[in-house]
Structures are given as C-alpha cells and as structure tokens.
Design a protein. Sequence first.
Length: 284
Amino acid sequence: MRDQRYVEIFNLVKAYPNPFGEAVKVVDGFNLTIQKGEVIGVIGHSGCGKSTVLTMLAGLNDISDGGIIVDRREIDGPGPDRAVVFQSPCLLPWMTAYQNVMLGVRKCYPHASKQQRRVITEYSLSAVGLADSMHKHPRELSGGMQQRVGIARAIALKPKVLLLDEPFGRLDSLTRMELQDVILKILDREKITTMMITHDPDEAVFMCDRICMMTNGPRARVGEVMTIDFPRPRDREAILETDKFYAYRGRLLQFLDDCEAEKHGGGPIRFNPGASEEKQSATV
C-alpha cells in the first residue's frame, strides 16, 4: 500500500518584494500531497509559479511561509534525496558523460568503493540508452543525448523524489517522445516519487498518475487535481486510441482556457481544490 503522504506541501507561500518594498505573493497557499512512487504533473500558464514550487521542493528557493515534508522530515535546504532535471542539462563541458555522472556519485556515495561507484555510474548511463556514448564529451552529443546524461545523473543518486522541470522543452517532438518513454521505464522500474512541470497537456496525461492544475499568478495555488486512470506500464499507441485520453486532455485545456478568460476579465472561475480525487476524475 502506498504512503498517502510521502511528500506533503502545506500552505506554501513564496513572496518577493516589489520596487516599493511590499511583499508580492507569487505562490499563496499551495497545498498538495504526493504518494510514494507516484508521478504527479504540475501544469498552468507561464508565470503561475510552477517552477517556483518545484525549486522550493528541491530546496533551491527559500520558502516564505508554509512547509514541505519529504518522508516524514521537513526540508530546510537542498539534499541528495531530491534530484532535479532541468530544461537544460547543465553539463560540465570538459568532462565526459561518464565523468559528469560520476561527479555526483562520488559526492552521494563517499564511502562506496571505486568499483561500486563505477557500477552505479555505468548502470545509470545504460538505463538511459548511453552505454555506447558514455565516454563522449557534451559537444559530441546531441541535445537529446545531453538530456539523457542529465537524467542519468539524477537517477544515479537514488533520490527519494525526482523533480523534472520541463525536461523535454528544448527537444524536437520525436526526441521528446523517446525520452518520455525512457523516463517512464525508469520510473516503473525504480518506483521513484516524481513531480514533473510541463506546459504540454498530452505529455501530462500520458506520463502522470495525477495532474495538479495551478491557477493564474500572482497568488497562485492549486486549482484542481485530476486523477489519470491508465494502468502502468503505459502503451502510447493504446492510450491514444482511447476516448478517455482525449477527455482528460479536454479537461486540462478547458481549465487553461478558463484561467486565460479570467486573466482577461472574464470573471472568476470556480475551482474546487478540496474535492475528492474520485469526484475530480469523474468530471472527465
């Protein structure tokens, strides 16, 4: 049975001072729980604070109010229990793919033997399809292959939580789909609790167990949470042939359209963040 509260984000607030010194709340009262092994997507319009929430969970951004608990411990900064894959892989150009991954492995496993660290590094690179390219430098790798190195570097740390900040945003459609499949295979095998930021409704529905839809910023919060009822492992072709996929996709697009209408003066939208998952998914 899954732990219903493996990650708890409660009353989360992030505020920045404006030019007059007044605190402006970008995120205000964000509440979400994530089960162990669950893949949850966060979607919303640009500027709503999606990446802000992720970087606070990563410990890379100070929390103005509220708190975050991971595996029963409140976080107070970054740590190897939370690994991040950003839109850009951020590799050290003078190091090979193997050396980039090994750098993190050495820091995370200081007491492991040289052989153990080598096995972890090679396994992680092989898991993302780079067994034959692990000794190449970033300049010798395509954008998709560089991002695979970034994914390998993250999973090599054996994190409790994997944080994906639009990891496919700079890739072409074919490479994007290939890497979606790579990550899903890893998540199905390793059962890593995952939060993924995305702008793509199709990607969110295909990859996630639940999708958190954020309201417009500033003062953004959870507007609705939708459960995605597809079995794992997932078959892309089979899912795309179901009416359910397009119903989920349509609900996401409607939510985003409602947010856009509200932003341009269409009146407040009645979101229901407190409804049960069963009730939320029944709207699809």
